[in-house]
Design a protein around this ligand. Structure first.
Ligand SMILES: [Zn+2]
Ligand SMILES: [Zn+2]
Length: 247
């Protein structure tokens, strides 16, 4: 199968990523994709971008080289209370809000059980996707969180990048995918691209999903329509930046 919408990409706005918006869009166009979400790192990560970056995303055209552009962020879950690092009024503007734990800016790194952090996140109406959550040293109660994700209409990410940079997460990613299959919870398959070349290649994640016979209908970013429909059920309209946001 082909993924036509990438929900997780980074630009040079985060200095440990190396492509521009135009380069990401060009690669997505070359791959025949419909859409990408630009989801740079929120401020708590050491080279995360300033909140103004997110407030001004509307400067980016909604379509580049025939590829639709979704405005997004990858926010940091910063503690066991599930606090995150962008203001609600910014999150309300965005099409895709990804939430992740990154060790350098997670106050409670080392905690044995991170369930309370994820509970707060899946109960936060402004967050859409729980990202790359398979790290063994950031364990949580998968069953409980995935049950609540279903109830609260959240998506669980299977991150292709993890198969290269977070290899210790692979067994847990599989476990998470198996629970999502069993409970019929929607997922997204993303590149988490830090350079344009990674867009369009979801092979490792898709191979794993194939091995466990994961149903395609639960891959909500298989195309833009499926993703828009999922978000609409949640009460969120994509491409609806609703204010003339001032810095
Ligand atoms: Zn991340
Ligand atoms: Zn990322």
């Amino acid at each position: 199968m082909k993924i036509l919408l990438d929900t997780h990409t980074h630009t040079i706005a985060s200095t440990h990523a190396y492509s521009t918006v135009l380069e990401l869009a060009q690669k997505a166009a070359d791959e025949g994709m419909e859409a990408i979400a630009i989801t740079d790192h929120a401020p708590a990560i050491p080279d995360g971008v300033h909140p103004w970056h997110f407030r001004n995303l509307k400067a980016i055209p909604r379509e580049i080289y025939g590829v639709k552009i979704l405005y997004g962020a990858e926010v940091n879950i910063v503690d066991l209370e599930g606090n995150i690092d962008l203001e609600d009024d910014i999150l309300e503007l965005l099409d895709v809000v990804n939430a992740s734990i990154h060790k350098p800016c997670y106050k409670d790194y080392g905690a044995k059980d991170n369930t309370s952090a994820y509970l707060a996140v899946v109960n936060n109406p402004l967050i859409d996707v729980i990202c790359h959550s398979g790290a063994p040293d950031l364990a949580y109660d998968y069953e409980r969180i995935i049950d609540l994700a279903k109830k609260n209409h959240k998506l669980i990410e299977i991150n292709n990048h993890s198969f290269f940079v977070r290899k210790s997460s692979i067994p847990n990613c599989r476990k998470i995918a198996e629970i999502c299959k069993e409970k019929e919870v929607g997922i997204v398959v993303s590149s988490d691209a830090h350079i344009s070349f990674d867009i369009g290649d979801y092979t490792n994640a898709l191979d794993m999903l194939k091995e466990i016979s994961f149903p395609e209908k639960l891959i909500m970013n298989r195309n833009l329509t499926a993703f828009e429909e999922f978000m609409a059920e949640k009460g969120k309209k994509l491409f609806s930046w609703h204010v003339d946001a001032a810095l």
